[in-house]
Design a binder for this molecule. Sequence first.
Ligand code: ADP
Length: 398
Amino acid sequence: MRILVINAGSSSLKYQLFRMEDQRVLAKGLCERIGIEGGRVIHKLDGRDKYQAMVDMPTHSAAMKVVSDLLTGHETGAVRSMSEIDAVGHRVVHGGEYFNESVVVDDKVISAIEECIPLAPLHNPPNLIGIRACSEILGSVPQVAVFDTAFHQTMPQMAYLYSLPYKYYEHMKVRRYGFHGTSHRYVACRAAEILGRDLSGLKLITCHMGNGSSLAAVKEGSSIDTSMGFTPLEGVPMGTRSGNIDPAIIKFIMEKDDITIDEVDKILNKKSGVLGISGVSSDFRDLDQAVENGNERARAALDVFCYSVKKYIGAYAAAMAGCDALIFTAGVGENNILIRERIASGLAYMGLELDEDKNRSANGECVISSGNSPGKILVIPTNEELVIATDTQRLATN
Ligand code: ADP
């Protein structure tokens, strides 16, 4: 079975073609600058060199046509014809309260994704365009929507309700939704497999730390709390996003700096986080380098980040009355030894004892807690595309 996974952003479209029998990625790529001049496509066929080309793609449909030509091309192709593709899985960012799991796309599903546009105005529209572009190219091939928010729909009301006038929840659906759900779900399941335990008997804290970062408390296989909220702005500091701040700061800086609410929104989303504090970069590798060179603000940025993640770990252990395993994933979680060390050290009081040598030599999936640590600490590379492909296979063959 061949499954195409699509992740459509406002001006980009990422794709991976899976052969499900051995879960192999036959081809993958990225179309950039859709709808903007200077479009570019990067395509990689399994076992071959990268193919790159400049090609203008005025619409997502045009980008899908480029993808389809590449996937079937003489030099670049992984299939003889697009009819060999059995189903398409789409990453859809926001499913609101409509979806607590992945679904086969039909008219009702499309309407519900449309209704969630006000909750994710930058993400849901391109996701829908991606679905429509695939219908144009692939006809009636089954399509499945996999939502970033779905995994967190199991949160109890006490975790998702904000202490605002109730009408904002009731009439405007202002509540915690949480994101990165596909990643939290994947690493929680893998952790159970690696530990040889049943997910239903585990209390897990999953730390997805990339450009955007979020933590989740996963109890008996269900997300019971997560750090991102109504939008991905809440929670720990991120590359450029502020994470939690006192909401009163917004009025204060608007008045002092004489700026509009849109400018504040941009500051909180694009100019804050570790970039904002350090003034150096949103990339943790650059920050490590800057710290090595004695940059005090870069050091402060990393201090604030690690301290915030650590506080969430404590909070989630309290919420679940314990933690059997702490899991690190995504760009920073998988690769940044020092950040993992700073976050995971000093947690012996809650049964999590880091082995510094194992942490330093971690590579791929591994346990980095000491042999006699009651709770385990793991690094698990995330694979959201594989989850989307697997869900798509399951739903498309039902
Ligand atoms: P996104 O949220 O955009 O998917 P990633 O999960 O790729 O982002 O995370 C990006 C972050 O991961 C960057 O801050 C970068 O420093 C870090 N990172 C990615 N790869 C590496 C690596 N090989 N070594 C150290 N840090 C890395």
